[in-house]
Design a binder for this molecule. Structure first.
Ligand code: PHE
Ligand code: NA
Length: 465
């Protein structure tokens, strides 16, 4: 098989490096911070089940579509889609999906950095032993004090954005691979420690049954679209992050001991990533809900959930200072590898337009940083300025995650299923089983778009009537 394209931005060394990078993108604040808090706000069990269904039948096929489009195009999402549209003799306006993705990336990066910077601050709090013997009320007050201090938050937000853009500016390959290889397994270990601790608390049973008791009467319209949005957000879908990383994915394995190189399977790779991501989300839930019930906290307490519940665990368990510090370092690393993937598609596109990588990264970082100030102020000075769905932060989060990612994802599915040449898609996916390929095709052509559109229609219906 000849190499059809040599990506300008470089190439992952092999399939495992792609898995590491894509898992680094997927596993982040979406799992540890967002999944538990929105699950709490949306009644638990039924919401979780719907979320899992969305991951399996909408998320996985669309993720495969993104990787496939990226690898076939070999460029930034905008230009990959432009290229494939050209190949398929359809309007190049299809690359507009990529432009929308750029906008989503800015919006998400702006608030993502702010939340990640809370975790950054909590590394410090943990090091100085700030969680030792803390009560639930004190833990809440400590988090509120951080939110009330715009200058402190600005400082942390600035630091995190610089960290992100330094890596993107140097090119994603160097450094990132090594970091993810060590940090991801460690994150799993620390989550197991936390789950183990949660199991010793009196609220364990209640916490677990909150997550897994499927009571569909709790599912309202808002909960439905939140679950759909979360599925896209947590797998980094709908804005081109996975597509950009897919562009650097090799087509063939390096042949072992003179053996023939084997095609690299997109589908099995994508399933591994989705499973790892789901494991981290559920693990975070199983760690946090028992703590919530054991300490008489509100399940629907909102974005502060992880920052209020986890210090309680670290304050009580033996070795809490060490575990707490390590844990928040890992959360920052997970958020870091995700925010890098938010910046990459935009920066890659600017590089293709002739800008230097460093300059492009600086520009993107500055833009997202400025927008992020709005999110910083949403928790203090602008707290009471609410419109549409809430504060500035709430609106940016809702618009990007719940509206734009599912919309982008559906358009990508339609692009992969209806626009791209079928022979190209089949060859690029190179699935061993033809029936399974047909299942994928039916999912991206019909089922995923129909399901997402139906769920949105249902929600709007519920909201209006
Ligand atoms: N998947 C990341 C998380 O769960 C967030 C993300 C969304 C990253 C979109 C890239 C693109 O934290
Ligand atoms: Na995730």
């Amino acid at each position: 098989m000849k190499q059809e394209n040599k990506p300008v931005h470089g190439m992952w060394a092999n399939r495992w490096v792609f898995i590491l990078a894509a898992t680094g993108s997927a596993v982040g604040l979406g799992n540890i911070w967002r999944f538990p808090y929105i699950t709490g706000e949306n009644g638990g069990g039924a919401f979780v089940l719907l979320y899992l269904l969305c991951i399996a039948v909408v998320g996985v096929p669309i993720m495969a579509a993104e990787v496939m489009i990226g690898r076939k195009g070999g460029m930034s999402p905008i230009n990959s889609m432009r290229k494939l549209a050209l190949d398929s003799k359809v309007s190049q306006r299809w690359s507009g999906i990529g432009h929308m993705g750029v906008l989503s990336a800015f919006l998400i990066l702006s608030f993502y950095s702010v939340v990640a910077s809370w975790a950054l601050y909590y590394v410090w709090e943990s090091v100085i032993g700030g969680f030792q013997g803390i009560t639930a009320a004190e833990s809440g007050a400590r988090f509120d004090a951080l939110l009330a201090d715009p200058w402190l938050m600005m400082g942390c937000h600035t630091l995190f954005m610089v960290l992100t853009m330094v890596v993107v500016g140097r090119g994603v390959k160097g450094g990132l691979e090594k970091a993810v290889e060590i940090l991801m397994p460690l994150l799993f270990v620390l989550l197991v420690v936390l789950v183990g601790y949660a199991a010793t608390t009196p609220g364990f049973k209640q916490g677990v049954s909150f997550l897994f008791a499927f009571d569909f009467s709790k599912l309202n319209g808002q909960a439905v679209i939140t679950a759909v949005g979360q599925a896209f957000f947590t797998l980094s879908l709908g804005m081109g992050a996975i597509m950009a990383y897919g562009a650097y994915m090799p087509r063939e394995t390096v042949g072992k001991k003179g053996g023939k190189p084997q095609p690299v399977s997109i589908m099995s790779t994508v399933i591994i990533i989705a499973l790892l991501d789901t494991l981290v989300a559920l693990g975070s839930g199983v760690a946090m809900f028992p703590l919530t019930f054991s300490n008489g906290l509100e399940v629907g307490q909102g974005p502060g959930m992880m920052f209020v519940t986890l210090p309680l665990a670290f304050g009580q368990m033996p070795g809490g200072v060490l575990f707490g510090t390590l844990f928040f370092v890992l959360v920052v690393s997970a958020a870091w590898s995700s925010s890098i993937s938010l910046g990459e598609p935009v920066v890659a596109w600017l590089v293709e337009r002739g800008l230097g990588r460093g300059k492009a990264a600086a520009l993107v970082g500055l833009g997202a940083w400025l927008l992020g100030i709005g999110s910083v102020l949403s928790f203090n000075l602008w707290k009471d300025h609410t419109f549409l769905v809430g504060t500035f932060f709430d609106n940016v989060e809702f618009l990007s995650t719940t509206v734009m990612l599912p919309l982008g994802g559906v358009l990508i599915a339609i692009f992969a299923g209806w626009v791209m040449k079928e022979t190209h898609a089949r060859k690029e996916l190179a699935m061993k089983s033809f029936p399974l390929y047909l299942v994928w095709r039916a999912l991206v052509r019909i089922f995923s778009p129909a399901a997402v559109i139906a769920l949105f229609t249902y929600t709007i219906w519920k909201m209006v009537f």
